[in-house]
Design a protein around this ligand. Structure first.
Ligand SMILES: [Fe+2]
Length: 391
């Protein structure tokens, strides 16, 4: 059941305090004071502001008499220039801490600003790649508040930032980049439209599935990943079907959070290799791209670890009693195809991706660092086979 590389020596760290529940955003003032800081920079985007969610976190700050500044210049797939603007804003405003409010783009931008502020160098110098530097210093006190239930970025130790010159999304991270406190409040999620709930929810499910089955999996990450999968199976349809269903919103918020914890300090597999390279080239919502590629990737991958894929089927509520191990593993693939259909997730064609790009996409996915963790050995042909099913 264990691979040698999993038990030869490993570590699991969770540097983030998680505050969760309906309405916990109201405690923001107290949580900032706990960190002993005076002026946070709120890093967010226009969409979050227009949805009235910025106001919801400004209120508790004002009540607690905490001054703050706002950088609302985050865009989807944030690039190094967005980060640089945020860093200038942090310095000009004399801030001493960060609040990342939004989806993965806002929280990751906040993390990257944190990296630039403490290292006094562009985040690009700290790309997780050969020839680049590892992080040396902890980011400043930092609170994450997700407004979607998807990326789990509130607790992950990674930020994904785009380098436009290479049309490439790179990772930076490690325990030094993690938030100090994450505030997970389902009340901030009820205004998400169904297609955003669907895409971000599939991203959460995918993080859990990829972390559970990848070569870096550990017992600690497996434990949280399985419950993340179970909650997504139980609550995603309800959250998409009825945005006001607060129990389903809480279930999905926790699913995404547990899936984020299951990231550990290592990253995922084929789906994230494919969607991250795709996102570097074409502007598509990350969650929707994940939803289009997850089931086809599982169809390719399950023979790499049938036992774990059978456990995924069980977590998704499939009765595997009397099934062979292989049938149970295949049932996990069917269950995810069904879920994808039930929530009306788009294909890559629907997302406007040109099928003519297939061979470039396959090649770039193969060279993405996340390929190495994939549960089944994969080459460029393997990626082409998966991509073909996503259009
Ligand atoms: Fe993701």
């Amino acid at each position: 059941m264990f691979r040698f590389e999993q038990i030869k020596g490993n570590e699991f760290e969770l540097p983030t305090k998680v505050v969760h529940g309906i309405g916990v955003t109201k405690e923001l003032g107290k949580r900032i004071k706990e960190l002993g800081v005076e002026k946070p920079l709120i890093v967010t985007d226009e969409g979050v502001k227009n949805a009235g969610l910025l106001e919801k976190i400004e209120e508790p700050l004002k009540e607690a008499g905490i001054s703050y500044a706002v950088f609302d210049g985050v865009v989807a797939d944030p690039c190094i220039n967005t980060v640089a603007k945020g860093t200038s804003c942090y310095k000009e405003e004399g801030c001493d801490s960060l609040i990342g409010l939004g989806g993965g783009s806002s929280m990751d931008t906040a993390k990257a600003i944190g990296v630039e502020v403490v290292h006094d160098e562009p985040v690009l110098e700290y790309e997780a790649a050969e020839g680049k530097k590892p992080l040396q210093y902890r980011v400043p006190p930092f609170v994450t508040i997700p407004t979607t239930a998807g990326t789990g970025s509130e607790v992950t130790m990674w930020a994904v930032i785009k380098d436009p010159a290479r049309e490439f999304k790179f990772n930076t991270g490690g325990p030094l980049i993690a938030a100090y406190t994450a505030i997970v409040d389902p009340e901030l999620h009820v205004s998400m439209p169904p297609h955003v709930t669907a895409g971000t929810g599939m991203d959460a499910l995918c993080h859990a599935i990829e972390c559970y089955t990848c070569h870096y999996a550990q017992p600690h990450t497996d434990a949280v990943a399985l419950l993340a999968i179970e909650y997504a199976g139980k609550y995603l349809r309800r959250a998409v079907g009825n945005g006001q269903d607060i129990e389903a919103r809480y279930g999905m918020a926790i699913s995404a959070n547990l899936a984020g914890i299951s990231y550990g300090s290592e990253s995922a597999g084929a789906v994230h290799a494919m969607t991250q390279t795709l996102g570097g080239i074409v502007s598509v919502p990350h969650g929707s791209a994940v939803a289009a590629t997850l089931a086809p990737s599982m169809e390719y991958n399950w023979i790499g670890d049938p036992y774990k894929f059978a456990r995924i089927a069980q977590a998704l509520g499939v009765d595997t009693f009397n099934m062979s191990l292989e049938d149970a593993a295949r049932a996990s693939v069917d269950a995810v195809y069904e879920l994808t259909e039930d929530i009306d997730a788009p294909t890559l064609t629907d997302l406007g991706v040109d099928e003519g790009m297939l061979s470039r996409l396959a090649k770039e996915a193969y060279h993405d660092p996340q390929t190495i963790g994939n549960p089944r050995d994969i080459d460029i042909k393997g990626y082409e086979e998966i991509y073909r099913k996503c259009f």
